[in-house]
Design a protein around this ligand. Sequence first.
Ligand code: ATP
Length: 358
Amino acid sequence: LLTGLIWISVLDERAVKHYRIRRLDKGDFFLTPRKTFSTLNEFVNYYTRTSDGLCARLGKPCLKVQVPTTFDLSYKTVDDWEIDRSSVQLLKRLGYGQFGEVWEGLWNNTTPVAVKTLKPGSMDPKDFLREAQIMKNLRHPKLIQLYAVCTLEDPIYIITELMRYGSLQEYLQIDAGSKIHLTQQVDMAAQVASGMAYLESQNYIHRDLAARNVLVGEHNIYKVADFGLARVFKVDNENIYEQKEEIKLPVKWTAPEAIQTNKFSIKSDVWSFGILLYEIITYGKMPYSGRTGAEVIQMLRQNYRLPQPTNCPQKFYNIMLECWKEEPKERPTFQRLHLNLEDYFEADSYSETNNLVR
Ligand code: ATP
């Protein structure tokens, strides 16, 4: 049940398909207006007997995924979340970024966690702690939960929820279109927009939204990571603009006003979200490929925008263009983006036999 809407998710062989259950004025439930039900029980009974337009008949209900024990960790550490680093065991290196490494770890020999180990000097522990205090209170199913920190000595550890399939960027690149198609791409975008709409409601700014900072879990769950961290990292701004194409250039995700006058806002996050949509639809391509950061800044000044990628529906591209409006105030809110993406397949066409919505 999402924002008052009712969905039914059906596992068809390997893919999960989501259908929106609508209601008539008098409250009856339906997928197609030719078959309505006064209760959800009747609805389920009917579609257990016949698929009648669904991708499959309803079979066994999906077992509820156990609430991960890791969730407790963030409560256990509410007041005292500086934890002893000896309680964290680093098991396997998952990856590395500009500021350090990420490990799969075990907390207290029981709880699987992700551990970000920061290169000494990459941030001032005092700045980080101030920011982490806020980050810790941000709780949403589409945001990576910060559990605990070890800041008393180097390297600083940031302990978070572990996500099985790593970054969205790699996930998209590995698949490169073989299994992931538009319905799932729109779903990814909608989930990220939902997490960002929460940050928007909390007046919090991400500052580094990109596919590399979205993580993929089981059951097609996508969550936003690393929010707020960009503020505390010590970045050599001069260097960002001069880096070569191969290096991940945050500048290509950053809104012009944020680059030029350092005006980061939720609207500059919306700009970055537009670039993230580009990454999603191109299966993780580098935006403005072959261009340096400095060239991109110049091109944007002349009103250049990333062109519509092949296979990108006009409707999806229009959302990207909205995010890249010159005037920040004219860009949509994340709340609107979330609703638009949730309803992506609905607005213009409704077919009786297939009202697949995501
Ligand atoms: P940057 O340093 O520019 O932010 P990045 O986001 O790729 O780059 P990290 O955040 O350090 O760098 O992450 C490195 C890699 O570790 C990710 O690409 C991802 O594959 C993996 N990773 C990060 N956090 C988690 C997590 N919570 N669960 C599972 N894997 C993770």
